[in-house]
Design a binder for this molecule. Structure first.
Ligand code: ADP
Length: 181
């Protein structure tokens, strides 16, 4: 499924983020930057040790990565040339700025891509796995945030959302349909 915002094509696919041919893929990292389960584990397994080595250097320079922020490393053995590591919020009921922190994670990931001249970025469903953010609400935050970013910034050619399950794919499709209606 495709949508268009300004010059940028939004693509929704069901699949595995580690296999995407986008210039950058986004990792749903944790604030230690030292790897974890879910998307994070899959990216480090597929990309090899170079990614963790660069994450450790970033940790040494700035400490970890707080929720809402993003850092970038090379993609190692992945097809993607870069990995943007962002940290989503841990869901704790919705009254602890979770929506804002999730929006920051998407916005800061896109800003980093634009700064580096990257033209295509693939996102997983940040925060909706181990961090338990409700998927429909996360999908609405993702669509609204990405849309408003792209309305102001025209240099990206494609932003892709890669959903692991058919259920999540449909949730993101509906969120994008409602956001672009
Ligand atoms: P978080 O800790 O931010 O919640 P997770 O990695 O636990 O991140 O989960 C985020 C989402 O990514 C979940 O919907 C999960 O099913 C999905 N996911 C897990 N592995 C992959 C993968 N290889 N490609 C794409 N999505 C994945």
């Amino acid at each position: 499924m495709n949508f268009k915002v300004n010059n940028t094509v939004i693509t929704l696919v069901q699949g595995d983020i580690t296999r995407q041919d986008a210039e950058a893929i986004v990792n749903a990292a944790n604030s230690t930057l030292l790897g974890g389960g879910g998307v994070d584990g899959a990216i480090h397994r597929a990309g090899g040790p170079q990614i963790l080595e660069e994450c450790k250097k970033i940790r040494a320079a700035q400490g970890g990565c707080p929720a809402g922020e993003a850092v970038i490393t090379a993609g190692g053995k992945l097809k993607a040339r870069y990995v943007i590591h962002t940290v989503g919020p841990i869901w704790s009921g919705g009254g602890s700025s979770e929506d804002e922190l999730l929006a920051d994670a998407y916005r800061n990931s896109l800003s980093l891509a634009v700064e580096r001249g990257i033209k295509s970025v693939a996102f997983p469903s940040i925060s909706t796995g181990a961090y338990r953010f409700p998927t429909a609400r996360a999908a609405r935050v993702a669509a609204a945030t990405v849309k408003s970013f792209l309305e102001r910034t025209a240099s990206l050619e494609e932003v892709r959302f890669v959903l692991f399950s058919e259920k999540d794919y449909n949730i993101y499709r509906i969120a994008w349909e409602e956001t672009t209606r």
